[in-house]
Design a protein around this ligand. Structure first.
Ligand SMILES: Nc1ncnc2c1ncn2[C@@H]1O[C@H](COP(=O)(O)OP(=O)(O)OP(=O)(O)O)[C@@H](O)[C@H]1O
Length: 819
């Protein structure tokens, strides 16, 4: 054993002469940190002068050398009393002189000996020795045999713990049957401390020596196994989670063996079943299976695994192949639409046509419907009715204010908290892949650096490409071709044009007072009564009360606020019933104020008489048609034009055109051109906080201006809409129906419209036409002839005949609408 290899050992033994007698006087070499046992082979580096001398002396003679260990390895030049007296007679088997004067030698222990005395001490230690004979143990008793076995086993154990055990070592241990040699061999390999090793070497009796070695081995085994235990404990601490995982895996394996499922396996199995049930597309299933396999490998509590779980939840809950069966019965659909909606005949007809085509050709890629109209005119409820009629699911999302493409298409899964886009979310909510999918406020889509949501929307809506709509979160394609999309908007002007191209716009313009009255009595009141838990016999609405709510508590094109006010009336009655009062409760004009407070829109307060420089225009806004007042006045100045009331560019240009027209026709109006040098003209359009734009107030501005210049008042019952040219021609405008309804609400009786809009009168409900007089005009002369009460003419002032108003209950404008 030791550091020398076996080949060396063999050649040495051949050289050795076992018969050679050991001399009694030998050169001696003190060793610093090793005790040499009999038979032990040991390579030595020798540097100290005395030691080198000792080796040289030995080589010069018969190569015998006595080696003994010094007490303290730190002492460079030990004295005789600092060296143990018992040591080993050795033989130098090889020697090599190094260039630096040091010597490398391979020595082997031959016999144990004792220093009797030092013969020489100066340049070299020379000692007289006495060989120590050991008692002969040729007959090995049982105890010794047992001890030897023990020693062998312990040795194997230690070497195994140290990772040094090999079969070769095992057979060497087995082959030694001399207890003394076994003790020496084991001791020389035990990494003992010097004192311990010396203690062993000094025990002469082989049995005793073996016993001592056995004790040390026992201690060493304990130490080594304790060390191994500590090491593995530390390792366990470090990888506790790994250990947990390992244990869990074992538990899983045990459960599996027992035919039971643990929580985790159960989860995985559940996902497997859900994936199967979801009947995904092949591509989607592959991805889901892949993610499930990833989940299986992951630590169940890791953040990553919860991301994968959320993804799988989305995947299995999407209606990949879940559809509802369409029932398209046109008669039934008509009755559903009629049941939920009063009027709207044209729109209902269009919807029924659309459904008929779908019935005859289910694969049709017909246009996408887009309902455009002010709030509360029934866009959403029509969509819902279509879904009911076809027995499809209905979902609704709002696109108002969306600027980020990811809202439509989803965020990539790498983002924390990523989710699919609104379209996929809507489909999950619907639970079928062919719902009626309503997207509200398409006109309020934004676009900025985060991408253009309208392009993502385009992909979703376009029948040519929506079979492969890709969502960033799913990272897969989802087939949207069976979805029936319906879009809604308040105005069509701001709908992105690429989208507008693909849609069929259906306008819903708003309701007249009488329509509102009917809808209120037939739909809104019964619904509110039911929703508030009242019995219909407990509450009665008088017709006048309903009309008053329409006119004095609301002012809108649609029915939103009307329904809210009626709901609030029902709620108040519900409270009284809940407090124990017995009905029936009458809602009359008189009791209305008690329930709803004072009216919010007072009629007949302001425009009681016609005024100079104040004309009434008509605007088409997101909430329907509205009257728009235009004020003009002359103030001292230098002929400048002041425009206020947050007018947009087009409207400002329109005002300038009106002014130019007036200046070009000063003669006609009998105004001195000089007037413009000393006067500033101020045009203001009240409700100054609300931005206004568009050319359609052109004739209203010109009328106000000319009224201010001429001092002729503008008739209080006349409203007008039309664009003006420099030559005074009146050009057509849009949204006539909405404007007409707005004028009616404001108590106007005559509406001046451009000649070219005459065709639009066909769309205006008959009862509106009965109450409003529409006067189509081609130029400003005609406008002024109707609007100004006292028109200056080329032949001098002449009294303008009052416009003849045919019929219609007179409703005066409301205070908060009138400057
Ligand atoms: N013609 C109608 N007949 C009966 N009820 C109607 C009619 N039009 C609208 N309604 C009712 O008026 C209420 C408001 O309608 P809805 O919510 O559909 O309006 P909307 O046009 O979608 O408004 P918004 O643009 O604000 O979403 C609903 O309760 C609806 O049932």
């Amino acid at each position: 054993m030791g550091e020398t290899d076996k080949d060396d050992l063999i050649s040495i033994i051949e050289e050795d002469d076992p018969e050679a007698a050991i001399p009694t006087i030998l050169p001696m070499m003190p060793l610093r940190d090793v005790v040499v046992f009999t038979d032990m082979l040991l390579p030595l580096f020798v540097g100290r002068e005395k030691s080198v001398n000792a080796i040289e002396e030995s080589i010069a003679k018969d190569r015998y050398l006595f080696v003994a260990t010094q007490f303290d390895p730190g002492i460079e030049k030990p004295k005789t009393d600092q060296i143990y007296r018992i040591g080993t007679v050795s033989r130098i088997l090889r020697m090599l002189k190094l260039p630096d004067g040091r010597v490398k030698a391979l020595v082997q222990g031959i016999a144990k000996a004792k220093i009797v005395k030092y013969v020489r001490k100066r340049s070299v230690f020379r000692v007289k020795i006495e060989i120590i004979e050991e008692p002969d143990l040729s007959e090995i008793d049982l105890e010794t045999e047992a001890l030897m076995r023990n020693v062998r086993e312990y040795s194997e154990k230690i070497l195994t713990l140290r990772g040094e055990f090999t079969n070769e070592v095992g057979s060497i241990l087995e082959s030694i049957d001399d207890p003394g040699r076994l003790a020496d061999l084991v001791a020389s390999n035990l990494r003992l401390k010097i004192e311990e090793a010396q203690e062993i070497i000094e025990i002469i009796d082989p049995f005793q020596r073996l016993k001592k070695v056995n004790d040390l081995l026992f201690r060493e085994v304990e130490l080594s196994s304790m060390q191994a235990k500590i090491q593995s404990e530390v390792k366990d601490e470090i990888s506790k989670s790994q250990k947990d995982y390992f244990l869990r895996e074992q538990v899983r394996a045990i459960h599996k063996e027992l035919g039971e499922l643990d929580e985790r396996t159960q989860e995985i199995e559940e996902y497997k079943a859900k994936i199967k049930r979801a009947k995904m597309s092949r591509e989607a299933k592959e991805e889901a299976d892949k993610q499930l396999r990833r989940l299986e490998q992951m630590h169940p509590d890791s953040a990553e695994s919860s991301v994968v779980r959320t993804y799988l939840d989305w995947m299995v809950e999407l209606p990949w192949s879940k559809s509802t069966t369409d029932v398209i019965d046109i008669k039934k659909a008509k009755s559903v639409l009629d049941q939920d909606h009063y009027g709207l005949n044209k729109i209902k007809d269009r919807i029924l046509e659309y459904l008929s085509v779908r019935k005859l050709n289910p694969k049709t890629k017909g246009p996408i419907l887009c309902f455009v109209g002010p709030p509360g005119v029934g866009k959403t409820s029509l969509g819902r009715a279509i879904a009911n009629a076809m027995k499809r699911k209905f979902v609704r999302i709002s696109l108002g204010g969306i600027r980020d493409e990811a809202e439509i298409r989803g965020h990539r899964r790498t983002y924390i908290g990523a989710l699919p886009g609104r379209i996929i979310q809507g489909l999950k909510q619907a639970g079928s892949n062919n719902p009626v999918f309503m997207m509200d406020e398409i006109d309020k889509l934004g676009a900025d650096f985060r991408g253009d949501p309208s392009s993502a929307l385009l992909e979703a809506l376009d029948p040519e490409q929506n079979a492969e709509f890709s969502d960033h979160y799913l990272n897969l394609c989802f087939d949207l071709s069976k979805v029936m999309f319906i879009l809604t908007a308040n105005i069509s002007d701001t709908i992105p044009s690429a989208l507008l191209d693909r849609m069929e716009v259906i306008n819903l313009s708003g309701y007249t007072e009488s329509e509102k009255k009917i809808i209120a009595t037939t739909h809104l009141i019964p619904r509110q009564i039911k929703e508030n838990g009242i019995k219909s016999r407990q509450i009665r609405f008088s017709e006048q009360a309903v009309v008053q709510v329409i006119n004095e508590y609301t002012s809108e094109a649609g029915l939103r606020n009307l329904e809210r006010e009626l709901g609030s009336l029902c709620r108040k009655v519900a409270r009284r019933i809940a407090e124990g009062e017995k009905g029936p409760f009458q809602i009359t004009r008189r009791s209305l104020e008690k329930y709803l407070g004072p009216p919010r829109y007072y009629p007949e307060m302001d425009k009681e008489h016609s005024q100079v420089g104040l004309s009434t225009g008509l605007a088409w806004t997101q909430v329907g048609g509205e009257v728009l007042y235009v004020e003009a006045s002359l103030i001292n100045g230098k002929g400048e034009m002041i425009l206020t009331g947050q007018l947009g560019e087009v409207m400002q240009e329109s005002a300038r055109a009106a002014l130019s027209y007036a200046r070009a026709n000063v003669n006609l109006f009998r105004v001195k051109d000089r007037l413009f040098d000393s006067r500033d003209i101020h045009i203001h359009v009240p409700a100054g906080a609300i931005p206004k734009d568009g050319p359609s107030a052109g004739i209203a501005m010109a009328t106000a201006l000319i009224s201010a210049l001429t001092g002729r008042p503008v008739s209080k019952d006349v409203a007008m809409t039309g664009e003006i040219t420099l030559r005074g021609r009146v050009l057509p405008i849009g949204g006539l129906k909405e404007k007409a309804l707005g004028a009616l609400r404001a108590g106007i009786r005559t509406v001046i419209i451009p000649q070219k809009n005459k065709k639009d009168l066909a769309d205006i409900p008959v009862n509106v036409k009965r109450k409003l007089k529409f006067v189509p005009v081609q130029n400003m002369d005609e406008v002024l002839a109707i609007a100004l009460e006292d028109l200056p003419s080329k032949n001098g002032p002449k009294k303008k005949p009052k416009p003849k108003i045919k019929t219609g209950a007179r409703k005066k404008p409301m205070v908060n609408r009138r400057p």
